[in-house]
Structure formats: C-alpha cells, structure tokens
Write a protein that binds this ligand. Sequence first.
Ligand code: FDA
Length: 540
Amino acid sequence: MAMARSVALVLLAAFVAIVHHAASVAHAAAAAAPATDAAGFLHCLAVHLPPGIVYLHASQSYTSILESSIRNLLFVTPTTPTPLAIVAATNASHVQAAVRCGARHDVRVRPRSGGHDYEGLSYRTLGAACPFAVVDLAALRAIRVDVRREIAWVGSGATLGELYYAIAKQSARLGFPGGVCPTVGIGGHLSGGGFGLMLRKHGLAADHVIDAVIVDAKGRLLDRVAMGEDLFWAIRGSGGGSFGIVLSWKLLLVRVPTTVTVFTIHRPRNQSATALLTKWQRVAPALPRDVILRVVLQNLDAQFESLYLGTCSGLVATMAERFPELGVKRKDCIEMTWIQSALYFAFYGTGKPMELLLDRGTKPDRYFKAKSDYVSEPIPSHVWESTWSWFLRDGAGLLILDPYGGRMGSVAPSATPFPHRQELYNLQYYGFWFENGTEASEKHMGWIRGLHREMEPYVSKNPRGAYVNYRDLDLGVNGDDEDHGGVSSYEKARTWGHTYFKANFERLAAVKAMVDPDDFFRNEQSIPPLPSSRNGSSHS
Ligand code: FDA
C-alpha cells in the first residue's frame, strides 16, 4: 500500500514538472484568455486521471496519438495550434474528469471520435492564444448488436466500418443507413446528421438514434431521460462539439434484403453527359425509395453510381422506366449482400474481405478542402455545359451530387436540427492534393471557392444552405469574443448558423443557453447560447 502510494507520488511529481513547463508555454500564449489556468488544469488531470491516458507535449507518444486519426494534412503543420493535453479516455469517468477539470480551470475540451472533421475542429483551434485539450474517444468503441430487438449500442469512438461489420457479423438481414467512408467516426457523424446510400429509404443516420449517453458541461453522465427531449433533439444533427461529449448511442437498425444490386456507369461529356445530368436532377429525387442514383463529376466524366435494395432485374426495370436515356443493362449490375455493397462503395471493387471495414486508417496522406450546397430547382443544361470547363483547369477537384427525396422528404425539417429535407440534392465540391506548400493549396482551394461562387445563382437561397458535416469555416467563425465574456456571439454566428440549420438555429441556441450557458463546449462553429434565454437561465 505504502509502496503504491510512493509510486503514485513520484508519478505526480514528474507530471507536475511537465505541467509547469507546458503551463508556462500556454501562459505565454494565453494573453487573450486571462481566465485560463492551464497549470491548474493539468494538475487537476494528474490528480484525477491515471497518467497512462494523459498525453502532454513532452510525452513521447503525444504526436502519434494526436495524429492517429487526423485525415487532413492541412492541419498537420508546425504552426497548427496543438492541444495542451490529450486525454485518451477508456471509460466514462475519464471523460467526466476531463470536463470537470476543464470547467474548473477554464480550459475548453474538444471531443474527438474519428477525427474526420473537414476543418479539423476536433483537434485544432484557429486561435493560437486559446489553450485547449482533446478528449479522444477512439478507445470507447464497444458495439453491442441485439438482433432480436433490431438495435445496437455503439460507442462514439467506433467507426462506421466497425459498426457495419459488427451488424453483418450477426445478421445478413440488418444494416444501418450511415455514410460511405468506413473510417468516419460514429461520434461526429451522428452529431452532424450523417447520410449514405440508404438515405432515400431510411433518411439520416441521426434519425435512427433512440437514446444516447452524454457528459454535459457540468461533467454529469446523462441518458435520454435525464438530458430531456430538447437536448436529445439538439445532439442529433447540430454538428459535434456544442452540447457535451456523447459517449454512446442507441440505434435502431434497419432491415436490408439478402440481395442488393450496385452499378457504376461512366458517361463522358462527349457522350451526352450534360443531357443526362440535366435530366438526372428531376429523375433521381423522384425514384422509388429502394434506389439511389448519385453522380460524381470529375475530369470530363459523369460517374453514375447506384445502390438498389433488391435484385438486378428490379433495378434494370426501374431504370428502363424512369431513366431510359442512361441505358442501364443487366451486364452493368452486380448483385451482392448489403455489407459487400458497403465495401464496394468504400473501395470501388468487389471481392474485398469484410475485415477491410475494420481498418481505422493510417497517417494522413492528403490535403483536402470541401464546400457544399443544396439544389432546390434543377440547374439548366447550359450551366452544366459551361461547368465542364472548370474540370479542365489546373487544380480541378470533383463534384458529388447526392439526391434526396424518398424518406428524406417525408420528415419535417424541424424534426431534427438538419433542415434540408425538401431539397432535390446535396452538391459537394471536393478538392484533394498531395503537394505541400501554399501555392498548391491556393490553387486547389481557389478552384473550389471559385466554382462555389459561380454556382450561387443556381443553388438554394435565403439562406444558401450547406451541410454541417461538410464543415466549412469560409462560412464564418465564432471569434475569441472577449466582448461577450468568453461566450460566442449569437448575432455573429447567425450567418453560418442559418446556412447549416435555417430556422432550427434559434432553437439550437435556446437549448445551448439552457444546458451550457457559459459556452464551455465551444469551437469555431459551435452553437452559441441565445442571449435572451441565457439571461433567463437558472445558471448563474
Ligand atoms: P471528429 O472526431 O473530427 O468530430 C467532428 C466534430 O464532432 C468535431 O467538432 C468534434 O469535436 C465533434 N465530436 C466528435 N465526437 C463527438 C462526440 N462523441 N460528442 C460530441 N461531439 C463530438 N458525411 C456523411 O454524412 N456521409 C458520408 O458519406 C461522409 N463521408 C466522408 C468521407 C470522408 C473521407 C470524410 C473525411 C468525411 C466524410 N463525411 C461524410 C463527413 C463526416 O460525417 C463528418 O466529418 C463527421 O463529423 C466526422 O465524424 P468524426 O467522429 O470522424 O470526426
């Protein structure tokens, strides 16, 4: 016993020495945030958490832990502000302790599940003057599938691939309507809505959340009953990092047929791609719910990709009736199981082992930037025709067109924070590159921003919409907000808030004022508290 205590004291002393070094660095940087007590925070972590799960700058594995789930090389630079500490939580009490230490010492913590945030908001800040910590949830990724009740409990740190794999291991009849990329984290994905190739049949991933466990700004562990319906509404689509740290989610699984069908068809520009694309805008959102037909535009090519929840003959017949111009033939179709279709769309091929879905990804290998739009009315053919020239430019990226309709259109825009239910389709501008340096990034970002600007007359208006899971800081950011006592400005956030959430933004801000009036969970695009609600909240 005495031995154990002396080992603990030695560890604490070593920790405190590191703490003082890190704190002096942080203090120098923290001039704009005088309330932050970095040293006190790190000391608090040292007292309340086992040393093996807390990584400081001086820790040998700090960099490898930090980069373990970063996807975007844009945010792995010598000047990117890095966290004061990374808490690699292995149970709920670690998350609670990190939040309580943060709240007590005014050091904000950012949750990270899969690290796929397009702007890196789960592990970096824009303001170098604001020390912060990361609570990494990668180890909290238990998945429990109950086939009989058709539900699953999933830890936020699990990936989509791990969830799909766990379901398929237990049943060929069940699936989950989440996104396409298997390395995306459950925590961020469900927080921002989440859609994939079953969206027309089943809606958003977040529509299937029936319970959740969250650590709130006071460090309390709350389930759906304890958090109440307002907060439960807010965490299913507002984008992560605003209301607390969700540890796990209870999901309603969906039934899938034993055979599904896929195809990928290329139609070059000089083979009627413009006419097909123009017609696609009316056809795809109105197809039966069992089928999705999305388009990827790259170079001078339109790639039509389809998933049909049924056999090849059904898909060919549907296409022949609704979209004969596309010319889908039996030989274009491949029948497979639903889980094989998840592999097919993630890795573009057949015959891949299911275990690929368990690969959480390696070090980041590319730079990328994305923007998004919603299209409410079909874009005229002449606009598409002139858009092709963009794909001939240096630095060209791609456009991904995901049709809505079906179940998406039958859910009320206020049912969850995600308001874009009635749109024809989501348009994503995506650029990636491998060269380092500002010249390369300016070229590729210039392409994305330029095309986004050019499309303005043809996409949704008042407000022009965007999807929060395709995070885009060009839309605006919360500032340091000294003027607001460290609380983000509602007025300032309205610009991007309405873009992502339309009329739901005000309700989100009201919930924020109720559950986190001091704005502890804050990032560059987190939901700010609604001022009138904040003044009237019981929190002092
Ligand atoms: P990350 O861990 O970076 O978190 C994202 C945000 O949520 C951050 O603000 C973070 O602080 C917060 N957060 C994370 N965990 C939280 C938790 N447990 N509680 C509260 N807040 C939390 N989207 C889509 O709808 N369909 C798709 O097919 C794809 N495909 C896709 C492919 C690729 C390659 C990328 C990089 C991204 C996508 N996305 C997508 C977008 C993706 O859904 C979005 O980036 C998610 O927020 C990523 O979730 P992670 O947990 O991986 O991110």
